[in-house]
Design a protein around this ligand. Structure first.
Ligand code: 9WN
Length: 442
């Protein structure tokens, strides 16, 4: 027979496997979270993906963010989805014909050439832009990367801090669970209960073509998501009058971290950045004043549509309320308490769980498989890992890093996993899981 060189199989490195996922999800101008479940560009996914991609190709990482920012609306909002026109309409719901950005979004300044959604996602972008720049400052300067993205990022933050300060206390609000990014978190159960669901027959869920129904949000959840999004669209995406308005700790902590990053970008571009750092500090004070709950030992969400005009704190413990750990300027006693809560029975880090769950292990609504009602996610754990480092908890950060890398490898870069058993849930080959694993390898 023919002589074939048949080398023994080499154990594939995690680095190479992660790089392959990002390669497979790359469309030429951006990266999809998942070819099956999420075949378009998502806003906060792209930011996390760029953070990992910078280690493989700083140019691709810059392009990822530039593509997203080129779909920004004139009012400053960065849409949560930028649609790929070559993907069939029925591949993902809600599709462009639902959002109708180019018509319903005209007043708010939606772009003419691309179709987008009309809601936003957490502002991780300035942070990502700064990290991407730092990976290859020479290339970044040669391409004028920061000079190009800075005005857009500044307009984005301006939109959030002005149009979205619905509570009047200085924080940004989200007007849809999809905006905060943890779609079916038990935090939204009470505010969503007030929303009349759209009839189930008025839409078709494409997510169930790919995802297990018991791991995804329910039809009732979807009815309410659709109602809120339809109402927002029908108001032509004008901010202020919606039925759902929540101040969320992770969303605002990311805004603060990004405002600090924007200050660094301003300095790199020759300005001082001082005003931005000061603003970030004021926002940190507002975050503590409005969302810190000493009784629970963590940050909670504020439901602006509950009770008087100030709203009320939602008594549910979500991983969102731990993410402010990311902020270096947090008061020391709050840091100490947050660390305690993260390791305690509600989240079990370093004890009963492999990775921090998305929701309270002792909460009534806890479900280890259902999406944001218990499973562990890589982006939130990556944020906690850097929070631990910021506050000098090197040993805890090292062991969280180890678990993140191990679970990324064992689950084939799953979207989320059972926090106790490590069983993979949702899509495999998920974009930010691969990207953030790559980041932790550097
Ligand atoms: C709705 C893309 C996105 C993530 C979100 C996650 C999920 C979408 C969905 O997927 O949301 O935006 O269809 O369920 O909850 O955080 O950005 O990965």
């Amino acid at each position: 027979g023919t002589l074939v060189y048949d080398p023994p199989p080499m154990p594939d490195s995690l680095h190479r496997r992660a790089a392959r996922v990002l390669e497979a999800n790359w469309t030429g101008t951006s990266t999809v979270p998942s070819r099956s479940l999420y075949p378009h560009q998502w806003s906060w996914d792209s930011a996390f993906i760029a953070i990992g991609l910078r280690h493989l190709s700083p140019l691709r990482a810059q392009t990822e963010l530039e593509t997203l920012l080129s779909a920004q609306w004139a009012d400053g909002r960065i849409p949560h989805i930028v649609f790929n026109p070559s993907v069939p309409l029925d591949a993902y719901f809600p599709s462009p014909d639902f959002w109708r950005s180019s018509t319903a979004g005209r007043t708010a300044g939606a772009p003419r050439t691309v179709q987008t959604s009309g809601i936003v996602q957490p502002p991780v972008h300035a942070l990502a832009a700064w990290l991407v720049h730092s990976a290859d400052p020479g290339l970044s300067r040669a391409r004028g990367f920061l000079a190009g993205v800075y005005p857009r990022l500044a307009a984005w933050h301006r939109y959030l801090l002005h149009r979205r300060d619905l509570g009047g206390g200085g924080l940004a609000s989200v007007v849809h669970p999809w905006e905060q990014g943890m779609d079916n978190s038990p935090c939204w159960d009470a505010p969503l209960a007030r929303v009349t669901p759209a009839p189930a027959r008025s839409f078709r869920r494409a997510d169930l073509d790919h995802g297990a129904p018991e791991d995804r949000p329910t039809d009732l959840d979807y009815g309410r998501y659709v109602r809120l999004a339809t109402d927002y669209r029908d108001r032509e995406y004008a901010d202020g009058g919606g039925e759902f308005a929540v101040e969320d700790p992770a969303f605002n902590a990311l805004l603060i971290a990004s405002e600090h990053a924007l200050a660094r970008i301003a300095r790199e571009l020759g300005a001082t950045g001082t005003a931005r750092h000061a603003r970030a500090e004021r926002l940190t004070t507002a975050l503590v004043d409005r969302l810190w709950d000493p009784k629970s030992g963590m940050f909670l969400c504020r439901d602006l549509r509950d009770g008087d005009h100030e709203g009320a704190l939602i008594p549910e413990r979500s991983v969102s309320g731990l993410i402010p750990l990311l902020l270096p300027g947090l008061p020391r006693d709050i840091v100490t308490t947050l660390l305690h809560t993260t390791r305690g029975p509600h989240f079990g880090l370093g004890d009963s769980t492999r990775l921090t769950p998305s929701y309270d292990l002792l909460g009534e609504a806890f479900d280890p498989h259902r999406y944001w009602r218990g499973p562990a996610w890589f982006n939130t754990n990556w944020l906690l890992e850097s929070g631990l480092r910021v506050h000098g908890e090197q040993a805890a950060a090292d062991s969280l890093r180890e678990s993140l890398l191990r679970t990324a490898a064992d689950t084939d870069f799953a979207e989320y996993l059972d926090p106790y058993t490590g069983e993979a849930c949702g899509a495999l080959g998920f974009g930010w899981t691969a990207a953030l694993a790559l980041d932790l390898l550097h």
